[in-house]
Design a protein around this ligand. Structure first.
Ligand code: FAD
Ligand code: SIN
Length: 504
């Protein structure tokens, strides 16, 4: 059994920023980060647009950011949480800068602030179109410099260990040796990120399989608002059910138009904010356009924009399109909505505490009350920064040592292998089912059918699991089934359409 004081699951913005602060405040305590891929792989790394934060109090102010967040959340945000996150944001972003993160500056030398859907002002701090890559680079470097942080990559968290509603640690799989390890910890933080892979067609990378959410559910933690799945309006069109490249909303903030095949700027027919209406609205309008026309995609038109400036702001997007034969100064970019973000998750209080003692959650896997029925663009990195700081501050005062309890091992590995094809094909079938029945517009009949299929896969995997070699792929599949079941059950329960949730 491995013992540590603070156990962090996940090495994205939520996990790393918590680990850095905690390790430097408690130099005599050990912080262990376990992460299932290489340490930088995360949703964080792919963030494009930036961090929404009021850094310029001349045109902008906290009240405007609060209002924009509340409007976007369609009446379901927790107002106190919104106020707290918005007002604490600037200090947290300054910390990232102090740790060596580079954000773009304008000619005057102040932060260059971008605009995205739902924002009434320019307030998105960014690093070209690779903000997440730059943040992840800086914080991972900082974490590596901290002597009492241990980062165990290619370690997969299987399940939480709980006793009397108290978290004692986790069981994890060493993906290289296939050994099942027991980690005992005073405090455990779930920072496992998103769920995109349950839809297949998603902007999220392969690691986003809802593991933390599923683990928390199996441990009987409270989960909230899982029906609110955010679909990003402008993912690069692809027919395949795979992760897809994002065309940042900042491109529309920069002035790009959305057109249908006939060339009409259709968003103006639906919302006076046009292309910069909030994400839920733009995605729902694109869905309508596609349904009515039978077309496969709509288009982002950047041909009227200053191309030198465009390339300077969005070099990665320009290159990626160029590589597939789309020359942005003359071609329209084919786009469709794709799953992007889960607004719900593991319910936490204002200090990131879950309903299980000594278990905290932070970042995309958590539900804080900030996003309500639809997240305002670029509020996610902000939320992770503010909450990791709040958890750290809470534990600064409340840390106690309780590493004495004896924990049984999970089980030894069994050598018999499960047919890998069954896992691969069931994962694919699940993605097709979720994409078809639990997308932007849902109905109870399809949700019921989906629930019954998911339950039958759940029974199957439970009975198989105990007799075979436990693999990451098998555990991910179980997590995807559990996460999908949560989305479906919460969707069935919701009777009122709000924000990103539409049922007819
Ligand atoms: P992540 O960054 O996803 O990190 C999760 C970590 O947990 C990973 O290291 C993963 O490997 C690990 N993990 C997961 N399961 C396990 C397990 N079982 N065992 C061990 N480790 C595990 N938000 C914004 O605010 N602004 C943006 O501009 C923006 N752009 C985006 C663009 C794209 C393409 C995407 C996909 C998202 C974007 N988002 C943006 C959303 C934002 O990036 C994420 O919500 C945020 O980065 C989540 O951070 P996190 O630390 O919670 O999780
Ligand atoms: C984007 O750049 O469009 C993504 C921003 C976000 O998800 O907040």
């Amino acid at each position: 059994m491995k013992q540590t004081h603070y156990l962090v699951i996940g090495s994205g913005i939520a996990g790393l920023t918590f680990a850095i602060k905690t390790a430097s405040h408690f130099p005599d305590k050990k912080v262990t980060i376990i992460t299932k891929s290489n340490a930088s792989e995360s949703n964080t790394k792919y963030a494009q647009g930036g961090i929404a934060v009021v850094m310029n109090q001349i045109e902008d102010n906290f009240q405007k950011h609060i209002e924009d967040t509340l409007i976007c959340g369609d009446g379901l945000c927790d107002k106190e949480v919104v106020k707290m996150v918005v007002t604490e944001g600037p200090k947290r972003v300054q910390e990232l800068i102090d740790w060596g993160t580079h954000f773009d500056k304008n000619k005057e030398g102040s932060l260059d602030l971008g605009k995205e859907g739902g924002h009434s002002e320019n307030r998105v701090v960014h690093h070209k179109d690779q903000t997440g890559y730059e943040i992840e680079r800086a914080i991972l470097r900082k974490a590596h410099l901290q002597k009492n942080i241990e980062i165990l990559d290619f370690h997969f968290a299987i399940d939480l260990i709980t006793k009397d509603n108290c978290c004692l640690g986790i069981y994890a799989l060493n993906e290289i040796t296939n050994e099942i390890l027991t980690f005992q910890a005073d405090y455990t933080l779930l920072a496992t990120g998103g769920i995109g892979q349950v839809y297949g067609h998603t902007t999220n990378p392969e690691i986003a399989t809802g593991d933390g959410i599923a683990m928390a559910k199996r441990a009987n933690a409270t989960l909230k608002n899982m029906e609110f799945i955010q679909f990003h309006p402008t993912a690069l069109f692809s027919k395949d059910l795979t992760s897809t490249f994002l065309i940042s909303e900042a491109v529309r903030g920069f002035g790009a138009y959305l057109r249908n095949k006939e060339g009409n700027r259709f968003m103006l027919n639906y919302d006076k904010r046009g292309e910069l209406a909030s994400r839920d609205i733009v995605s729902q309008c694109i869905e309508k356009e596609l349904k009515n026309s039978g077309n496969e995609c709509v288009y982002l038109d950047c041909t009227h924009l200053d191309i030198i400036s465009f390339k300077n702001h969005f070099p990665m997007i320009y290159e990626r399109c160029y590589d597939i034969g789309i020359v942005i100064e003359k071609d329209w970019i084919p786009v469709v909505p794709a799953q992007h973000y889960v607004c719900g998750g593991i319910e936490v209080d204002c200090n990131g505490k879950t309903s299980i003692k000594n278990l905290f959650a932070c970042g995309e896997c958590s539900h804080t009350g900030l996003h309500g029925a639809n997240r305002l663009a670029s509020n996610s990195l902000l939320e992770a920064l503010v909450y990791s700081d709040r958890i750290f501050n809470y534990l600064k005062v409340h840390t106690k040592t309780n590493l004495t309890i004896n924990i049984p091992n999970l089980r030894t590995q069994n050598n018999q292998k499960l047919d890998a094809n069954w896992v691969i094909s069931t994962r694919k079938k699940l993605q097709i089912l979720m994409q078809k029945n639990v997308g932007i517009v849902r109905n109870n009949q399809s949700l019921e059918l989906t629930k019954s299929q998911l339950n039958s896969w759940k029974t199957e995997i439970e009975s198989l699991k105990s007799n075979v070699l436990l693999t990451k792929e098998m555990c991910e599949l179980e997590n995807m089934i559990d996460t999908s079941l949560l989305i479906v059950k919460h969707s069935l329960k919701r009777t009122e359409n709000k924000g990103g949730f539409v049922k007819n």
